[in-house]
Design a protein around this ligand. Structure first.
Ligand SMILES: Cc1cc2nc3c(=O)[nH]c(=O)nc-3n(C[C@H](O)[C@H](O)[C@H](O)COP(=O)(O)O)c2cc1C
Length: 222
């Protein structure tokens, strides 16, 4: 099968786009509205886009509270949603009215941040505190000028990691069991068993070839 997105074959019952671009991390975005009321929602069009300085992005459909709050206040946090918090994460995606606190709706507690006003999700294994850099409106779907997504770029100004997941100076990502969004209503989860390691290849001096470095990570970033 091979098709243009606007001519998706009827045999594909739903758009498979999100089932192909996987796994996507879930950015669990917390904001405050202009009155200081907390808001929480998961976003899987979410990722890191730079590490120096550390920057993230997420993409929001039109009219969502998180986007409006960030445009009003310039701040947000992204907590890492994990296996233990999966049902609360899902509940926090409910399309409730602006001003409804999804922390309370999902039975979650808010933990204070250090560098921004919006809190993080208490019990999440890690969270980042972000300052808005810029928003970027994406092209709207043909015939629906009101329905374009907007990308929010944020600079990470604070990082929280639950110390229980730091061993010998290394973050144990598998032990955090972070969720990954797939397509349809599917998810996956990173576990200690699903993590594997590969050293980067080393280019030969003449730059014409490369050799593999076998074995466990030797601690060198290449
Ligand atoms: C796992 C998951 C990922 C989601 N990712 C996105 C996304 O990337 N962009 C988006 O606009 N909505 C996404 N949603 C839907 C929003 O969470 C939902 O519309 C929510 O009500 C928005 O809340 P807000 O209006 O408080 O920001 C996602 C929902 C779930 C459960």
């Amino acid at each position: 099968m091979h098709y243009e997105p606007r001519l998706r074959p009827a045999a594909l019952r739903h758009d498979p786009f999100k089932a192909l671009l996987v796994p996507r991390p879930v950015g669990w975005v917390a904001t405050l509205d202009a009155q200081g009321r907390p808001n929480l929602a998961p976003y899987s069009f979410f990722n890191a886009v730079s590490d120096r300085p550390p920057m993230v992005m997420f993409s929001s459909g039109a009219g969502k509270d998180s986007l409006r709050n960030i445009e009003a206040t310039g701040e947000f946090t992204c907590s890492i949603a994990n296996w233990d918090l999966r049902e609360a994460m899902n509940m926090s995606s409910a399309a409730v009215a602006p001003g409804v606190d999804e922390f309370a709706l999902a039975g979650l507690k808010a933990a204070p941040s250090r560098h921004v006003k919006p809190p993080r999700v208490e019990g999440a294994p890690a969270a980042i505190e972000c300052r808005l850099w810029k928003t970027l409106p994406l092209p709207a779907p043909e015939g629906h000028p009101e329905a374009g997504n907007t990308v929010v770029f944020g600079e990470v100004v604070g990082v929280y990691i639950d110390d229980a997941f730091i061993h010998d100076g290394i973050v144990d990502t598998g032990a955090m069991r972070p969720l990954a969004r797939l397509g349809y209503m599917d998810y996956s989860v990173v576990t200690p068993e699903s993590v594997f390691t590969m050293n980067r290849p080393v280019a030969t001096v003449d730059g014409q070839s490369a050799t593999l470095v076998p074995g466990p990570w030797d601690g060198v970033y290449r």
